[in-house]
Ligand binder design. Structure first.
Ligand SMILES: C[S@@+](CC[C@H](N)C(=O)[O-])C[C@H]1O[C@@H](n2cnc3c(N)ncnc32)[C@H](O)[C@@H]1O
Length: 219
């Protein structure tokens, strides 16, 4: 059983491992765009605007999934994009080839163990990833490490509501929502504190606006 009482992940009541996540996304890959495509697209568009990508910039997307963001990047930047799930990456490869996105390169890689050097990227972006991974703090630290000083980290995610009633509902639902790919109750203040991230901005995005777009500038 992949779920357990919180021990190593107190930011959520649900704990998952990579093998569990991999199995969930293998099943989701054929329907992912249909279920999570248009519904979450406004947040993706807002995030790419916040990334402030300049010509020649090197962008890292962490948790690229089916490559649904890849057509949003300007053609005059370079994009490296990673994902844990081979079936999701296969969909991304098909999309990149179909749309002729020659500025996008795809890698199978665990976000908690990025194989890139320190300070490699101008911008590091995690769209709808943090509530999927077993250890979001480790992933955030890796993203920070590979981002160059004064570069941007952009995190797009649903976090636990500050409203106590909604927060209780999200915590009650989280052990079930992991089976469809995400924890519903990731704690944003705790996540930022443990990751050592100081956001330059936190905006609400999507409809209803219950997702957050967190922008951090690396010191
Ligand atoms: C909710 S989907 C987001 C896909 C896409 N970024 C989007 O905007 O819809 C989460 C993705 O993160 C990937 N993922 C989960 N754990 C990961 C990890 N440890 N390292 C890299 N990717 C991971 C999953 O395979 C899945 O493709």
């Amino acid at each position: 059983m992949a779920l357990s009482v919180p021990q190593h992940d107190p930011l959520s009541v649900a704990a998952v491992g990579n093998a569990f996540v991999d199995r969930v996304y293998a099943k989701l890959s054929p329907v992912y765009d249909l279920v999570f495509g248009a519904a979450l697209q406004a947040g993706r568009v807002a995030a790419v605007a916040r990334m402030n990508i300049q010509p020649g910039d090197h962008v890292l997307e962490v948790g690229v999934g089916t490559g649904i963001n890849t057509s949003l990047y300007p053609r005059d930047c370079r994009v490296s994009a990673v994902d844990l799930s081979a079936p999701m990456l296969e969909k991304a490869r098909e999309r990149v080839e179909r749309e002729g996105l020659t500025h996008v390169r795809l890698f199978e890689m665990d976000a908690a163990h990025l194989t890139f050097r320190d300070d490699s990227f101008d911008c590091v972006y995690a769209p709808y990833l943090m509530s999927v991974v077993p250890d979001p703090v480790k992933v955030a630290r890796e993203m920070y490490r590979v981002c160059r000083p004064a570069g941007r980290l952009v995190i797009l995610n649903h976090f636990r509501s500050p409203n106590p009633i909604l927060s209780c509902i999200e915590q009650a639902l989280s052990p079930f929502t992991v089976h469809v790919g995400f924890k519903a109750d990731l704690d944003l203040p705790g996540f930022l504190e443990k990751s050592g991230l100081r956001p330059a901005g936190v905006e609400r995005v999507n409809y209803p606006p219950i997702w957050s777009l967190v922008t951090v500038v690396k010191r």
